[in-house]
Design a protein around this ligand. Structure first.
Ligand code: GDP
Ligand code: MG
Length: 178
């Protein structure tokens, strides 16, 4: 269509950010393939997956998902990774306060250097490990609300709230004029 944005069929770049080990790759794998592999090793090499979802209003959203291989650890490379991203999913592990602090660091980075109209989601993953919880759900809710983000707790292991995460993001995308 000559490069014009089609308002009925959006295509968006989505990046995941967060500490290594919080479950970013597992969230992607669960969403795209419906699988969870507990033996999966740390992501080697950047991976790229896409998944299309249909919304109630008969529009579709194709997520082009960039899963980092740890480039985000190098502060200088991170902006290359999230450049042009319409969506940033910032993930922490509910059993790790350190990962929650790191998530807040990423939110600040995105506020400073990301696209001004970027849709940001804050995700507390590993919700199945509730007996080891160290980050209260209310802390996630409060932080997200203060920063105008969508918040959800997920489990890539049980699949809890994984589809809901992407559906809620899709609903929040700015629409090109039709
Ligand atoms: P990444 O470094 O953020 O991409 O993290 P990974 O997706 O590689 O996951 C790191 C580890 O956490 C792996 O051992 C996964 O099996 C485990 N993991 C990921 N998501 C969950 C989850 O929702 N629940 C539990 N219990 N473990 C998870
Ligand atoms: Mg990974």
């Amino acid at each position: 269509n000559g490069g014009l944005a089609d308002p009925k069929n959006l295509r968006v770049k989505l990046v995941l950010l967060g500490d290594s080990g919080v479950g970013k790759s597992c969230i992607v794998l669960r969403f795209v393939r419906g699988q969870f592999d507990p033996t999966s090793k740390v992501t080697v090499g950047a991976s790229f997956l896409s998944q299309t979802i249909a919304l109630q209003d008969s529009t579709t959203v194709k997520f082009e998902i960039w899963d980092t291989a740890g480039q985000e650890r190098y502060a200088a490379l991170a902006p290359l990774y999230y450049r042009g991203a319409a969506v940033a999913v910032v993930v922490y592990d509910i059993t790790s306060p350190e990962s929650f602090a790191k998530a807040q660091y990423w939110v600040k980075e995105l506020q400073k250097h990301g696209s001004p109209d970027i849709v940001m989601a804050l995700v507390g993953n590993k919700a199945d490990l509730h007996e080891m919880r160290e980050v209260p759900v209310q802390d996630g809710i409060d932080y997200a609300e203060k920063n105008g983000m969508f918040f959800i707790e997920t489990s890539a292991k049980t699949a809890d709230n994984i589809n809901q995460l992407f559906e809620e993001i899709a609903k929040r995308l700015p629409r090109p004029p039709s």
